[in-house]
Design a protein around this ligand. Structure first.
Ligand SMILES: Cc1ncc(COP(=O)(O)O)c(C=O)c1O
Length: 369
């Protein structure tokens, strides 16, 4: 069998006619930017997350950056102010902080859900701390209420990286309500993925939404009237139309992912392979990624590869150990470092057949180094 980690063509085939209709509609409309298609998706996504405003961007990194830049301006944070960020994340979370002229302070994660550990946040707060950035890693919701409580006690903002968590079943409302801003990536492989780059932020703050929109439009709220030094970051109409076409399928696909995760949890049985959270805990996740953990990761990866099964590592090196963040390299964050040394992501997506999943499980259960 040949089972790629994710085949985007097969994913699109699940709703090919809808995507083709949407693409043709945009092509024939003669309007490709800043139009009704974009406004329509922004409206739907705000509604799906029960947020007042949605500002679309070119990608998730820009959405995070613009959220922080906007808050920096509104709250008059000095350059170099500190943002406590989940250490177990894609480097974009850190880059957004740096791009906004702020300083990332990595916080270790909980071994139970791989998300920022609320009990480790408070000791990191200094006179320079201005915000906390939780990341819903692998699609699993962070412990938002304790994080919000800490933020309120210390007068901090919460900017949530939801680039791996997309839902339209109401569970996103919880995050939106407890965050000052929440950022999403619609990179093609996401649970709600575009056909290229796209992103957005949601917020209940009119002021932040207006400022973010101006930032993304060369710093202009009105044409040719530039009040701030902004950038060009927009979701184009084609991506917005694709996302609108796929949005009605999102919760069905998330449920399929939950069922597949449940099956992996039930049927993978190999003492060398540790599994992620199960039972009710598993419902907290939209399973963007299904991670397993193995001390013999490379051998396991090679074994699966030799049986035609594609895997990915999320992520081999945490941001604080990357050359780009040399100043953070000495920081020791044992849980994050252990996860990065042992994690392997298995195929899990709405195109995976029961037969394919059975084959993956059998191959995992037969693994020995
Ligand atoms: C946790 C996390 N944050 C931020 C991003 C950045 O999103 P984008 O690639 O759309 O810029 C990603 C994308 O993979 C991500 O997984």
């Amino acid at each position: 069998m040949n089972i790629p980690y994710l085949h985007l063509g097969r994913l699109n085939a699940l709703c090919q006619p809808l995507l083709e209709q949407a693409a043709l509609r945009v092509l024939r409309s003669g309007s490709y930017l800043n139009d009704q298609e974009v406004a329509r998706f922004e409206h739907s996504w705000a509604e799906a997350n029960n947020a007042r405003h949605c500002v679309s961007t070119a990608n998730g990194l820009d959405a995070l950056t613009v959220a922080l830049q906007g808050l920096k301006t509104l709250c008059q944070w000095p350059d170099g102010s500190e943002v406590i960020v989940s250490a177990h994340t894609f480097i974009a979370s850190f880059l957004a902080i740096t791009r906004a002229g702020l300083q990332p302070v990595p916080c270790d994660v909980s071994p139970d859900d791989y998300n920022i550990s609320p009990s480790l946040i408070e000791p990191l707060i200094t006179a320079h701390t201005v915000a906390i950035m939780p990341v819903h890693i692998y699609g699993r919701q962070c412990q938002m209420q304790p994080i919000r409580d800490i933020a309120d006690r210390h007068d901090l903002k919460v900017v949530t990286d939801s680039c791996q968590r997309h839902s339209a079943d109401g569970s996103g409302s919880f995050t939106a309500a407890l965050s000052d801003a929440t950022a999403f990536s619609f990179y093609p492989g996401k649970n709600l993925g575009a056909q290229g780059d796209a992103g957005c932020l949601i917020t209940d703050s009119q002021e932040l939404a207006d400022l973010a929109r101006a930032y993304c439009n060369y710093g202009a709220a009105q044409k040719y009237c530039h009040t701030i030094k902004g950038c060009n970051s927009r979701m184009d109409s084609l991506q917005a139309a694709m996302l609108s076409a796929k949005l009605p399928l999102l919760d069905k696909h998330n449920n399929q992912r939950r069922q597949q995760a449940e099956r992996y949890n039930q049927e993978i049985c190999n003492p060398l392979i540790a599994l992620p959270y199960g039972g009710q805990e598993a419902d907290q996740s939209v399973w963007h990624i299904y991670p397993v953990f193995c001390q013999h990761r490379q051998q396991l990866r090679d074994w699966l590869d030799s049986h035609g099964i594609g895997t990915i590592i999320h992520y081999p090196t945490p941001p604080h150990r990357q050359a780009a963040y040399a100043e953070l390299n000495p920081v020791s964050l044992p849980v994050t470092e252990h996860l990065c040394a042992t994690e392997l992501s298995l195929p899990l997506n709405p195109t995976l057949t029961a037969e394919e999943q059975g084959y993956i499980i059998d191959t995992l259960n037969a693994f020995h180094p």
